[in-house]
Ligand binder design. Structure first.
Ligand code: NDP
Ligand code: GDR
Length: 347
């Protein structure tokens, strides 16, 4: 069998980096789309670098932005992928309330641009859409493939659009297109403004004496948190089936934000009540209270089962942060807090 070629949008993100690793291990040639920024954004995939002049090189990157449909179409025609993993999105729920139009353009219409490019170039590739448990929003748990959508944010609404346009291209044009409806999944590579990474970084910094307090919003929200490194495998499995279909991917257990904080702080010997403060700028205009996924279809059809749940995740993420801060001689690296934390939410 000849080795396959994959195109990953969002390769610089958390999931894109784990997926690129997985596909390279499986022998794929991997092309990634990177948007231009004034600083380098490839930190999560730098370890995969191999000189492109090396005949063995199998990872290639291209500039491109989801808002530029002609570029997307040009890239697809040039790369001729067997599989497209569409992971790029404005993925932050709180930010989507501040930037609803940009979120719609990128997260919703970006998906149509890719699908339309596949259709018009006549490619017979397989397409994976990164759908989200945020589509279920206010629908009570447990949520499964048949649960009605009730999104609670511009991000959730944009993902519902992207879900349906993916199904529509499957039904209308016979495209092999699937929705992976993934519940929250985290890792040491998680963006620092998502709550799990924010908590893990703060617990480590407080332990190391670099800060005193952690400001959070709603501690009562419950999430079904899994481990990102385990979740990319199921994306790949979805594209290896005879027929395209949609799947929920989750652990089936839910924990509150407070639980996650407690596991992280206790792990490094801290009492979270002495350090966690409330800041209403981290509240959302509408909240998703409780997500618990029923992934029995993925277990049955794809033979996929997660092993890492929130308590272990909190420990491994906090350990990873401490590893960055604690130097070999026992001293602490004076890593400054990022100015990103100055950003205020609200319109
Ligand atoms: P990240 O936010 O870590 O990564 C998002 C990626 O999209 C980054 O590579 C980012 O580039 C890229 N991107 C954003 N906007 C554009 C644009 N306009 N043009 C091109 N690229 C763009 O997300 P995750 O890795 O956590 O998630 C991957 C996908 O899965 C997303 O679509 C997300 O919405 C979805 N999802 C995630 C879940 C999770 O729990 N992680 C759960 C369910 C769905 P840059 O690095 O330059 O910012
Ligand atoms: P979520 O993740 O909105 O579920 O979306 P996030 O980690 O941002 O929030 C989870 C819950 O924590 C509460 N929370 C806070 N959240 C953040 N970010 N910062 C805080 O200070 C804070 N305090 C409390 C939130 O209110 C929320 O209830 C993620 C993203 O990866 C999406 O792209 C993905 O689709 C969904 O998961 C599934």
């Amino acid at each position: 069998m000849t080795a396959k070629t994959a195109l990953i949008t969002g390769i610089t993100g958390q999931d894109g980096s784990y997926l690129a690793e997985l596909l390279l291990e499986k022998g794929y040639t991997v092309h990634g789309v990177v948007r231009r920024a004034s600083t380098f954004t490839t930190g999560r995939i730098d370890h995969l670098y191999r000189d492109p002049h090396d005949p063995e090189a199998r990872l290639f990157l291209h500039y491109g932005d989801l808002t530029d449909g002609s570029r997307v179409a040009g890239l697809l025609a040039r790369v001729q992928p067997d599989e497209v993993y569409h992971l790029a999105a404005q993925s932050h729920v709180r930010v989507s309330f501040d930037e609803p139009l940009f979120t719609a353009d990128t997260t919703a219409l970006g998906t149509t641009r890719l699908l339309e490019a596949i259709r018009t170039t006549g490619l017979s590739c397989r397409f994976y859409q990164a759908s989200s448990s945020e589509m279920f929003g206010a629908s009570p748990p447990p949520q499964h493939e048949g649960t009605p959508f009730h999104p609670r944010s511009p991000y959730g609404v944009a993902k519902v659009y992207a879900y349906w346009i993916t199904r529509n291209y499957r039904e209308a044009y016979g495209l092999y297109a699937v929705n992976g409806i993934l519940f929250n999944h985290e890792s040491p590579r998680r963006g620092p403004t998502f709550v799990t990474r924010k908590v893990a970084m703060a617990a480590a910094r407080i332990k190391a004496g670099l800060q005193d307090d952690l400001y959070l919003g709603n501690l009562d929200a419950r999430r079904d948190w899994g481990y990102a490194a385990e979740y990319v495998e199921v994306m790949w499995r979805m594209l290896q089936q005879d027929e395209p279909d949609d799947y929920v991917v989750a652990t089936g257990s839910s924990y509150s934000v407070r639980d996650f904080v407690e596991h992280s702080f206790t792990h490094v010997g801290l009492d979270w009540r002495e350090h966690v403060r409330f800041d209403d700028r981290y509240l959302r205009p509408a909240e998703v209270d409780d997500l618990v996924g029923d992934a029995s279809k993925a277990a049955r059809v794809l033979d996929w089962r997660p092993t890492v749940r929130a308590p272990e995740l909190a420990r491994l993420m906090t350990d990873a942060e401490l590893d960055v801060l604690l130097l070999g001689d026992g001293s602490v690296a004076a890593v400054p807090a990022p100015a990103q934390a100055l950003i205020t939410h609200g319109r």
